[in-house]
Design a protein around this ligand. Structure first.
Ligand SMILES: [Zn+2]
Ligand SMILES: [Zn+2]
Ligand SMILES: [Zn+2]
Ligand SMILES: [Zn+2]
Length: 223
């Protein structure tokens, strides 16, 4: 899929920023929170990370006490899970065990690779952006994610696409053009039609959307 512009909303103030600017914006809030706490007494740490695939991103704050398995589960629930495939974190092609603690593995600037499903793989890039000397409010806080991308109908170009055809180069179709493509592509209604979702796993295997933060998992909405 071509690179589409992505924008994300800040969990703290509700403002919207480009995928590039949201990192420093969230950091400003997080540093402010850290200052307000008496961090001298805090032995806990939290980790601001970005998870990325093409135009799609997640900005997360992880509590340092969680293990990588907890992050794996979160990624599956929001972006990946279709039928229980294997997944793996790795650092420079070396596997990193799921039972390791985030606080033991992560440091500022670390880049990890993540793969879900070794058949039709979805690969994610993880970067540790900042480390804070404060506990996170939950195990994993969803600070921001890209709002649904502006994926428009490839046939008419007028309306947001609702479904893609996985055998026709992932062409995307709106509500008006779905019946037209059904006429000319009999595989489309059989098996090749997949819903447009806000995830890099769109169109892969049986993926039909996430199980958390579902209200932002849909298609692009015209204003
Ligand atoms: Zn904000
Ligand atoms: Zn699957
Ligand atoms: Zn259309
Ligand atoms: Zn088709």
């Amino acid at each position: 899929m071509k690179k589409l512009e992505s924008r994300g909303k800040c969990i703290f103030c509700g403002s919207t920023f480009s995928g590039k600017r949201i990192t420093s914006h969230l950091n400003t809030h997080l540093f402010q929170k850290q200052r307000l706490l008496d961090t001298g007494k805090q032995h806990r740490q939290s980790y601001h990370i970005r998870v990325e695939s093409g135009s799609m991103f997640l900005q997360l704050l992880l509590d340092g006490e969680i293990i990588l398995k907890t992050l794996d589960r979160f990624l599956r629930n929001i972006w990946l899970e279709c039928c229980g495939h294997l997944s793996e974190f790795s650092y420079q092609r070396e596997k990193v065990s799921m039972s390791r603690k985030v606080g033991e593995v992560f440091y500022k600037g670390l880049k990890l690779d993540y793969v879900y499903d070794f058949g039709s793989s979805t690969k994610l890039d993880i970067k540790v952006l900042e480390v804070f000397s404060m506990a996170a409010e939950k195990k994993i806080v969803l600070l921001s994610r890209n709002e649904p991308l502006k994926i428009m109908c490839d046939m008419c170009g007028k309306k947001p696409a609702l479904e893609i055809c996985t055998i026709h180069d992932w062409d995307a179709f709106c509500e008006d053009c779905i019946p037209i493509h059904e006429e000319e592509c009999k595989d489309f209604s059989d098996y090749a039609s997949m819903p447009v979702v806000n995830s890099p796993r769109m169109g892969e295997c049986g993926y039909t959307g996430g199980s958390i933060d579902v209200e932002r998992d849909g298609v692009f909405k015209m204003e």
